[in-house]
Design a protein around this ligand. Structure first.
Ligand SMILES: [Ca+2]
Ligand SMILES: [Zn+2]
Length: 189
């Protein structure tokens, strides 16, 4: 696991960049489009390969069994979870969408569950009026929430330690102190 969690899809950029983002998202959908299916569990639409739907359903069931209040929060702030080539939260859509890359979704059921919780927390924060992506501080808040969920669902110690060792700067993959499409495109998770 060289990755921890998924910063927001950059959505604070200009309208022109947003259009670009939509095109990127559409092309990504096409490229993973083969065998895509859709199912609804816990009121959340899950879109991806059959094994993705199974994995996400297992992750959500694990949260429901061990942390029902957290599943309620997740199902409130995520209306769709889809397989994608980069992980992140797209809160700009009508259905707030958590995107998970294979590295995030298939690492383990517990890790998948933690990533979903992390993205749901971004979505929750993004619904405040005057919201602007909070970079490192926001990532730390989402990671703190992710950690509580991982603990409640009995994630292995290695995952708890891996997450606790992160510093919230993972959004800035090119190291320029800002969060842009360049960072998003560099994600391998
Ligand atoms: Ca950057
Ligand atoms: Zn994040």
């Amino acid at each position: 696991m060289g990755w921890a969690h998924e910063p927001m899809v950059p959505m604070f950029l200009s309208a022109g960049k947003c259009m670009l983002g939509c095109c990127l998202l559409v092309s990504a959908c096409v490229c993973v489009g083969c065998g895509r299916q859709s199912a609804t569990h816990f009121g959340v639409e899950i879109v991806g390969q059959e094994k993705f739907i199974q994995q996400v359903t297992k992750a959500m069931s694990l949260i429901q069994e061990n942390a029902p209040d957290d599943l309620e929060l997740i199902a409130k702030y995520l209306r769709r979870i889809e397989e994608h080539d980069h992980s992140g939260m797209d809160a700009s859509r009508e259905a707030p969408t958590c995107q998970l890359a294979p590295a995030s979704a298939y690492a383990s059921v517990t890790w998948c569950a933690g990533c979903i919780a992390h993205e749901a927390y971004h979505s929750k924060l993004s619904q405040s009026p005057d919201y602007a992506y909070g970079l490192e501080q926001e990532e730390e808040e989402c990671m703190a929430y992710q950690l509580t969920v991982l603990q409640k669902i009995g994630a292995p110690r290695s995952e708890l330690e891996h997450l606790a060792a992160q510093d919230g700067k993972h959004f800035d993959l090119d190291g320029d102190g800002e969060y842009t499409w360049s960072d998003y495109e560099k994600r391998r998770w």
